[in-house]
Design a protein around this ligand. Structure first.
Ligand code: HEM
Length: 408
């Protein structure tokens, strides 16, 4: 099969990806494509193919080295050794290492239950909404991403991890630098940021050992399972993963949800009249947007036929979550937003052993933030024509650059 070229980064695609997904599905449930940075990959385009692949971690593991490749999807070979540590996180590990690492972080996570944390999330949202209102009064319009959707989830994950408040602006700069790396050149420019992060976290671990503070970082430093503690490298990789997985994804889920709701004024109005439907609405927003559009590449552990295609050992394969989430075989009228859709077994958080660890937190953050935002500012609307909004040309993440709004 010839690798096909699909445009998965253009602003048109980010604004409305449904036509491209439909074209991809018409080529098959598994298609071969050429992607920037990654190269030739198979992509699972239907719901069933995505689920079958993600739940079969024996045939589709993560570890490239054990399965005929020297590196992960063409990215890591040129990285300095010390920086590879940061990318060597549990998302890129197979069993039993993945289970051990995930078990340790789950153990630490459970000590900070999301339900107990809810009142704190509400207080933090209120604080950011105060600042948003102030900014709006000063300027007449405000970028919802810069002043709400970005700082709020960052504050939450920093607080959960037990990182000092004053360090947040620095993380925000690092995170933006790293997620802006859509090309190899901008990816290279993030190396100094990664070095700094490496040094920063090493210092934090030292502090936590001497003087534990409430939060995930201290819990991880002391967490132990079957007599094993996390090594220094594993701690670094975990801190790095939690900070980025727990931040950037939520920024774009939140801003994308506000954008979507503003495009569907009638459904927003119905939701504002009955906030008890917020949980259903969050699931549909996650399905409709699927901000993390694809999983990390897995590697075929053997030659096989999979959904009718001949896959060879060492081939890369990605689950195109956003295409699976608009598969008409699974979802009735998938291109139509229906905030009351029920059931809604979407794959926005992935599936299988690597299913998102932070899904409960993400759901709570989105529900609290959207309800408070639209209750306090019921007349919130875009400050520019919708067509002027810009989408980041970034593979795999559906993200707006800015979301200028007026609050009244
Ligand atoms: C709406 C927001 C979020 C979305 C859409 C999202 C999406 C995802 C997806 C699709 C995966 C699987 C990737 C793959 O299989 O290649 C994943 C994994 C993960 N997510 Fe999230 N995520 C979100 C929020 C969070 C938050 C708030 C945290 C942390 C506190 C978090 C932590 C993680 C971790 C640690 C993994 C790796 C799990 C593993 O390998 O076992 N995520 N996420």
């Amino acid at each position: 099969m010839q690798a096909q070229k699909f445009d998965l980064v253009s602003p048109e695609f980010k604004r409305n990806p449904f036509p491209v997904f439909s074209e991809m599905r018409s080529c098959g449930s598994i298609v071969q494509a050429k992607l920037p940075l990654i190269g030739r990959v198979w992509m699972a385009t239907t719901y069933d193919a995505a689920v079958d692949m993600l739940r079969d971690h024996e045939r589709f593991p993560q570890q490239a080295v054990r399965n005929g490749k020297k590196n992960v999807a063409g990215i890591k070979w040129w990285m300095p050794k010390a920086l590879k540590v940061l990318t060597n996180n549990m998302l890129l590990q197979d069993e039993p290492d993945h289970r051990r690492l995930r078990g340790l972080v789950e153990q630490a996570f459970m000590q900070h239950s999301i339900e107990e944390f809810r009142p704190r999330i509400e207080t933090i949202v209120d604080q950011f909404l105060d600042e948003l209102e102030l900014k709006f009064k000063q300027s007449g319009s405000v970028d919802l991403i810069e002043h709400f959707a970005r700082p709020f989830p960052l504050a939450i994950i920093c607080e959960l991890m037990g990182l000092p408040d004053e360090d947040r602006p620095m993380f925000s700069r690092w995170a933006q630098g790293i997620t802006n790396s859509g090309s190899i050149f901008s990816f290279l420019s993030m190396i100094p940021k990664l070095w700094k992060m490496n040094g920063y976290f090493t210092q934090q671990f030292k502090k936590c050992r001497v003087n534990p503070v409430p939060g995930l970082l201290s819990s991880l430093v002391s967490a132990e399972q079957d007599g094993h503690q996390l090594s220094e490298d594993e701690l670094l990789a975990m801190a790095f993963l939690l900070l980025f997985a727990g931040h950037e994804t939520t920024v774009h889920s939140l801003s994308g949800s506000v954008w979507t709701l503003l495009q569907h004024a009638d459904q927003l109005e119905a939701l504002q009249a009955n906030w008890s439907n917020i949980d259903l609405a969050i699931e549909e927003l996650l399905r409709f947007l699927t901000p993390v559009q694809m999983t990390k590449p897995r590697i075929a552990a053997m030659d096989m036929e999979f959904h009718g295609q001949p896959i060879q050992q060492g081939d890369y394969i990605i689950a195109l979550l956003a295409a699976a989430n608009c598969d008409p075989e699974k979802f009735d009228r998938p291109e139509v937003l229906n905030l009351l859709r029920d059931p809604n077994p979407h794959l926005a958080f992935g599936s299988g052993i690597h299913v998102c660890l932070g899904l409960k937190l993400a759901r709570a953050e989105m529900a609290i933030a959207l309800e408070k935002l639209f209750s306090r500012f019921p007349k919130l609307h875009l400050a520019v024509p919708e067509k002027e909004l810009q989408w980041k040309k970034m593979l795999g993440l559906r993200s707006l650059l800015k979301l200028p709004v007026k609050l009244a």
